[in-house]
Write a protein that binds this ligand. Sequence first.
Ligand SMILES: [Zn+2]
Ligand SMILES: [Zn+2]
Length: 305
Amino acid sequence: MKFDITILGCGSATPTLVRNPTSQVVNIMERYMMIDCAEGTQLQLRKYKVAFQKIDHIFISHLHGDHYLGLVGLISSFHLFGRNKTLHIYGPVELERIIFDQLKASNTFLCYQIEFHALINNSTELIFQDNILEVHTIPLNHRIYCNGFLFKEKKKERRLSKELITKYNIPVEMMPKLKKGEDPIGEGWDDLKNKDLTLPAQRSRSYAFCSDTRYSESIVPLIQNVDVLYHESTFLDDMKDRAKSTFHSTAKQAAMIAIKANVNELLLGHYSARYLSIVGFEKEAKEVFANVKAVKDGDTISIPL
Ligand SMILES: [Zn+2]
Ligand SMILES: [Zn+2]
């Protein structure tokens, strides 16, 4: 029942020896989803032993190079590995041409399909769902069109236990309805309600990735009560004017968003290469919001049930 976030890169703009630019892999019950794919991401996948052939969905926040310049390389490697599953890519509309022009220039005909999902809306939208999971966009306030992504488990069914099944001799055909919360019907069941026969559903977990953005309270309703919020913090607060003029945020501003959105845990990242140490980021944010972690490349954050 995993819900793990692995940080492949937590730097901004240019790579440093200790920080690669942005990329993450979210593993939600063996669904491997990549967010952003900076230059060097393939090496990070190898270094941190992520099963990258399992990645079927890639979400690109925006078209600044530190968020997508590794994508065509990864697409090419999938081809060389003989991939045959469809790869779904979600990103700004211009990305489709960028990918296919590069493949055309090298006369590459992929041995698998790419299904491109163009993002053009300025309001939140549901862009992926299956039986357990939904992904929504989080429109951000950046220099160019940019989205964050909200990963949310769907509402779960109530649970049956061996003890209760045995105790009440619950017939198999009744089980699906009980899991959906319906009361039992039929002879002999009149005195019993659903809550007598089932256990509460497990909670639904959520993760919000907020890529490059100016401080913007417009995202607060979209990320309310998430378990984990990743919010960029390119600068410390003594550089808040620079943060504003470059459409970025400070660690303190990320913490203010975490408080307003009532999240459980805040992750900081996308640090400017000018900061050799990231100790100041966690310290600054902690003055506003207690449960904060300044992430490093290779960190894995697990959201428990
Ligand atoms: Zn960036
Ligand atoms: Zn950017």
